[in-house]
Design a binder for this molecule. Structure first.
Ligand code: EPZ
Length: 432
């Protein structure tokens, strides 16, 4: 009896999703609150001593990680199913411990509000990750422009505001690149600064708009969020608020692609179609019909054909949907070209898709994909959040049953992805 290859046998023991292929989906998938909005809105609780209540919070490991970081600095947190209340009345210090910060890049969002509120902050440098170096140069340049003294030593960013008032001063900030994190960091530092701040070449993502909207509910004076120039008139203090997080456009896009790759028709809701314009256009261009209403989208795939994708800052094609969309293009008729322009190393899913029979040629961050009739199931591993999601989508449509590892990545950005997919006809088993 031939010995089962050790690697295959071992793989099955590690936590993975077992996904039956040739799936047909139908029904409606409920979209959760946006991870990349909820995380930054949580840090805004550091800007006031009053209570912030956030509704539509997704149930994700990243949210729990942020909760721990805020609690470690003295924020009182109470969490129910999809609501969280936070009160930063008794901040006891401004340097969250390395072991909490290291796993969560979004923890760096704390530096802006801590400087604005306390006039000091000490945050470990967020490490790079599998998709790139992810520097925070623009964040630091922006804080310095507002008058903060910032230096980096031993992997820790130490920042303080000089002067008796310890209050930042409004300034003109021009970003070298429309960084989401840098825009949000400067925005949160500027709302309590003395005077006017402008941020030019600002990121325009919906999550930036959501943060500005919430800050204004708290009493801030922010104009122009969602465009390339944001103007902030500093105020002396901010109030608490009750705010609902926008739906997650990346989760919604992922499930629309799940329908396209399995040639199924499903509806996703709630969703804000204007947050996905370019993605919806690409789905239409590759052969899908869409019924778009105020906050629902129904997709009806036709014959899927090739399209070219180049990722760009919003409103361009979102980098976070590059890997899921590439999974779709592996079985599209014709040749597609996918170019990743935002991150220097966000093509790890290519090798795994090739293991499933995809025909892809990779040159740097450009992939040339020749569509094949169907992928074949295999044990595959996702290297980051969105490449693991791409493996799930590919497995839904592949011939046979796949094992997808990388659940520690997946659970950061998709709350119970297998439950949502099984509710519309998938056959996914989680083996922890
Ligand atoms: C946010 O990351 C998101 N994360 C990312 O989502 C998303 O991919 C990214 O924005 C782009 O949309 C959160 O909001 C928590 P950036 P962020 O600063 O703020 C370069 C996911 O899968 N850059 O806009 O870190 C940087 O190297 C995650 O949900 C500089 O060059 O993104 C990168 O190539 C992944 N210098 C590009 O900009 C800087 O000082 C985008 O980075 C800052 C950034």
């Amino acid at each position: 009896m031939p010995k089962v290859a050790a690697t295959t046998a071992e793989k099955i023991k590690r936590p993975h999703l077992e996904i039956k292929g040739d799936t047909l989906l139908s029904g409606e998938i409920k979209i959760s609150g946006a991870k990349n909005s909820a995380l930054v809105l949580m840090t805004a609780s550091l800007l006031t001593d009053e209570v912030i209540i956030l509704k539509n919070i997704p149930d994700l490991t990243d949210i729990s990680g942020m909760e721990e970081i805020l609690v470690s600095m003295g924020v009182t947190v109470r969490r129910t199913a999809n609501e969280i209340s936070l009160q930063g009345a008794n901040l006891n210090h401004s340097n969250p411990p390395y072991e909490l910060v290291n796993g969560l890049r979004a923890s760096f969002f704390c530096i802006g509000p801590l400087l604005g509120r306390l006039g000091q902050a000490k945050i470990p440098l967020p490490g790079g990750c599998r998709i790139g170096a992810r520097p925070v140069i623009e964040h630091i340049k922006g804080l310095k422009a507002l008058g903060a003294l910032v230096n980096v030593e031993h992997g820790v960013v130490k920042a303080s505001v000089p002067g008796i008032s310890r209050r930042l001063n409004g300034a003109q900030v021009v970003l070298d690149c429309p960084s989401v994190g840098a825009t949000e960091t400067v925005l949160m530092a500027a709302v309590l600064a003395n005077g006017i701040t402008t941020i030019e070449n600002a990121a325009q993502e919906p999550e930036v708009q959501d943060l500005a909207a919430m800050l204004n509910v708290m009493g801030a004076r922010v104009k122009g969020a969602g465009g390339p120039k944001i103007t902030i008139e500093g105020v002396d203090r901010l109030n608490g608020c009750n705010y609902t997080v926008i739906p997650d456009r990346i989760e919604a896009g992922t499930f629309l692609i799940a329908a396209a790759i399995t040639r199924s028709s499903i509806t996703v809701a709630p969703v804000m179609p204007e947050h996905l314009s370019v993605v919806l256009k690409k789905l239409k261009d590759c052969g899908c019909s869409l019924e778009i209403k105020k906050n629902t989208i129904k997709i009806i795939p036709g014959e899927i054909c090739s399209v070219d994708i180049t990722t760009q800052p919003f409103p361009g094609f979102p980098t976070d949907l590059q890997a899921p969309f590439m999974a779709l293009l592996t079985t599209a008729k014709g040749t597609s070209v996918v170019t990743e322009k935002i991150y220097e190393n966000r093509m790890q899913h290519v090798a795994e898709l090739q293991r499933m029979g995809a025909s892809i040629r990779l040159q740097g961050s450009t992939a040339v994909i020749e569509g094949v009739p169907q992928l074949s199931a295999a044990p595959v591993t996702g290297g980051d959040l969105r490449s693991t999601a791409a493996m799930v989508l590919a497995s839904l449509a592949a011939r046979g049953t796949s094992q997808v590892e990388g659940l520690q990545h997946l659970d950061r950005g998709y709350s119970s992805i297998e439950t949502k997919l099984n509710n519309v006809g998938a056959h996914i088993l989680r083996n922890e």
